[in-house]
Design a binder for this molecule. Structure first.
Ligand code: GLA
Length: 383
């Protein structure tokens, strides 16, 4: 067993946002194919995770099994298919007696279910919190599954989904969690991104680091209002502008959040694919120091988030949360831990534009409403 799981935030795809209860084996295979064909797999998006609704309505001989109509070839064959593409395979269960969709779940079946998942070739388990018996301890239930996974003989990333209840970030790592949801479900609109991404992650940076990550939920980037009916309903899922999707991705990268794509990868538009494929932003997300960005202040609706990187560079994100165009938002070297007067090269890693050498502070370029700029400020060279 490896202790080195999720040393950087997991990247991949999850079926929920697009497919909801309509997930089936063809969609999973086609998504695995598309991850490879689009080049996303080569960039690190390797976990293919099936969310709720893969399960049959009843256990068979005390074990979970798949819905034979939607997964006729079975889950082990699907795991083999995904592994054959060089990808990793994830599945979903719940700490309660039933999943959020009402299917059988793992409360008091943790050992047998963990063994079943390991036998099937599962590499990642998302573990939800519906139908948890009143009065039972949530942390204890998560701890039981964490132990069972460790005893299963297979390396399985443990993704906790109790929506941040019971002060989850404080104990998630100690029960074996590698990532943990900090909020309720994200929707495909700016106000949801704003609430979850900008407001609700602010005080959580101390809990993130190699092996354990705050999870502000899956990306809605690229969904364009085409989400599943269960979560992304009506006006709540009307989609976002290109600038809003770009800011959403940049913020999740700065916050060292798991990058789980929720869109339909088989039908991704080119703008969304190019946002997801930004190697310099991915490198910030996957930086080995594993620091989650902190907000150091705001200047006329532009929030400034900073993240120290392993090579001494500093990433600074300017996020225009207002509805007017903004430019020239200043950030001083002093406020980001660089020596005043140091000559530092600045690169806009959203556009790839070199912004030149600055010595005391940096002023952002123009930003559209809800747009952003992320710069990498290079560590001053010693002379
Ligand atoms: C909960 C979770 C979602 C999804 C659904 C599945 O709402 O928060 O992410 O897994 O359950 O039923």
């Amino acid at each position: 067993m490896s202790l080195n799981l999720a040393l950087t935030p997991p990247m991949g795809w999850n079926s929920w946002n697009t497919f909801g209860s309509k997930i089936n084996q063809a969609a999973v295979r086609e998504t695995a194919d598309a991850l490879v064909a689009t080049g996303l797999a080569a960039l690190g998006y390797v976990y293919v995770v099936i969310d709720d609704f893969w399960e049959a309505d009843e256990r068979v001989d005390g074990k979970l099994t798949w819905n034979p109509e939607t997964f006729p070839s079975g889950i082990p064959a699907l795991a083999d298919y995904v592994h054959g593409k060089g990808l990793k395979f994830g599945i979903y269960s719940c700490a309660g007696t039933h999943t959020c969709g009402g299917k059988p779940a793992s409360y008091r079946y943790e050992d047998v279910d963990a063994r079943t998942f390991a036998e099937w070739g599962v590499d990642f388990l998302k573990y939800d919190f519906c139908f948890h018996p009143p009065g039972a301890s949530g942390p204890a239930s998560y701890r039981r599954m964490g132990r069972a996974l460790r005893a299963s003989g297979r390396d399985i990333v443990f993704s906790l989904c109790n929506w941040g209840f019971d002060e989850l970030p404080k104990w998630a790592r100690s029960v074996g969690g590698h990532l943990w949801r900090t909020t309720g479900d994200i929707k495909d609109n700016w106000s949801s991104i704003y609430d979850i991404g900008f407001r609700r992650q602010r005080d959580l940076a101390a809990y993130a680091g190699p092996g354990g990550w705050n999870d502000p939920d899956m990306l809605v980037l690229g969904m364009r209002g085409r989400g599943n009916d269960e979560v992304i309903q009506g006006s709540e899922g009307q989609g976002c502008t290109d600038e809003e999707y770009q800011s959403h991705f940049a913020l999740w990268c700065m916050q060292a959040a798991p990058l789980m794509i929720g869109a339909d990868i088989r039908n991704l538009d080119l703008v969304s694919l190019s946002i997801l494929s930004n190697k310099e932003l991915i490198a910030v997300n996957q930086d080995p120091l594993g620091i989650q960005a902190s907000c150091i202040g705001a200047h006329r609706n532009v929030e400034i988030w900073t993240k120290q990187l392993a090579d001494g560079d500093v990433a600074v994100g300017f996020f225009n949360t207002g509805t007017d165009q903004r430019s020239k938002t200043p950030v001083s070297w002093e406020s980001i831990g660089l020596p005043d007067g140091a000559e530092c090269r600045v690169r806009n890693i959203v556009t790839g534009e070199d912004r030149g050498v600055w010595t005391h502070n940096y002023n952002s370029g123009p930003m559209a409403p809800h747009g952003c700029e992320v710069v990498r400020i290079c560590k001053p060279s010693l002379r």
